[in-house]
Design a protein around this ligand. Structure first.
Ligand code: G
Ligand code: G
Ligand code: NA
Length: 254
């Protein structure tokens, strides 16, 4: 409770920040966009990772306000980058409870309306695979309605949620993000390599884009390319960085 109060105050006093981790196409060299990852710049404890505070937030009255702050901040950032001539995409993580709120789409529409010069398609919402299939019917409706606003959706941590093919076909998502646990061990574990290959084939069959997460080494990137996956994100490309560094990073990349 005390911790939640502290987080509420932190939200007011703007202590949360978003870091950005690039997603790139290794074949074309293009920077596709960046995933926004929240941090808490705590006045006494330093920069806190999401693992230190998100669990406490989930299920609380702050879950939706924080999620809305994340989307608003990402849109502001997109507008600022656009003014610099940097036309990119930002993916934000949306928690299950937040997504499934009855007013999610309506509030998203209001938020987008405050950024008329930013195309909604530059905002991608990452939803956990497990969240989407947990409340399948609701999720399908919400995703359809939000997609009419022009935003994109990605299924996060894909491969960990036991989606049936029927579910996948029903879910209107542009992108599947291969969970980093499979990518990490794909060079040494044939089962994981098989899972990665399967997800890539699945994405092709269903005409979805794919992003491999947790790409830490060139060897991972090469193995992914052999399987037909060029869109990657991970420490091997870049670590999550403050927004101010992203334009320079893009200019120096390739
Ligand atoms: O940045 P890091 O690897 O520590 O992130 C850990 C986890 O926190 C990731 O699974 C990520 O999806 C989640 N996360 C990061 N930023 C956000 C955010 O803004 N909102 C939500 N709901 N989850 C986030
Ligand atoms: O669950 P989600 O996909 O949102 O997870 C993103 C998290 O993974 C962030 O906390 C980010 O810092 C972390 N991450 C990003 N790239 C790598 C990587 O190459 N290796 C590892 N171990 N973690 C990564
Ligand atoms: Na994510």
């Amino acid at each position: 409770r005390a911790f939640l109060d502290e987080m509420e105050a932190a939200l007011q006093s703007r202590e949360f920040v978003l870091f950005y981790q690039p997603q790139v196409d290794l074949q074309s060299g293009e920077v596709l966009g960046a995933e926004a990852l929240i941090r808490w710049q705590h006045p006494t404890r330093g920069l806190l990772p999401p693992g230190a505070f998100l669990a406490c937030l989930n299920g609380s009255h702050l879950e939706a306000p924080l999620g809305e702050w994340v989307m608003e901040t990402a849109l502001t950032q997109l507008r600022n980058w656009q003014a610099l001539g940097l036309h990119t995409r930002v993916s934000v993580n949306i928690s299950a409870n937040h997504l499934l709120r009855a007013d999610f789409c309506e509030r998203l529409a209001q938020t987008l309306a405050r950024y008329p010069d930013v195309a909604a398609s530059r905002l991608e919402l990452e939803v956990l695979e497990t969240a989407a299939i947990g409340e399948m019917r609701q999720a399908v409706d919400i995703l359809h309605n939000c997609m009419e606003l022009g935003v994109r959706f990605a299924l996060d941590d894909f491969g960990t949620g036991y989606s049936s093919l029927t579910y996948l076909r029903q879910l209107p998502v542009h992108t599947l993000k291969i969970d980093q646990s499979f990518v990490r061990d794909m060079l040494v574990d044939p089962d994981d390599r098989g899972i990665v290959r399967g997800i890539i084939e699945l994405a092709k069959a269903f005409d979805r884009q794919i992003v491999a997460e947790g790409v830490e080494t060139m060897a991972h990137a090469v193995a992914l390319r052999q399987l037909g996956c060029h869109h990657v994100q991970g420490y091997g490309i870049a670590r999550p960085m403050p927004a101010a560094q992203f334009p320079d990073w893009c200019a120096e990349w390739l």
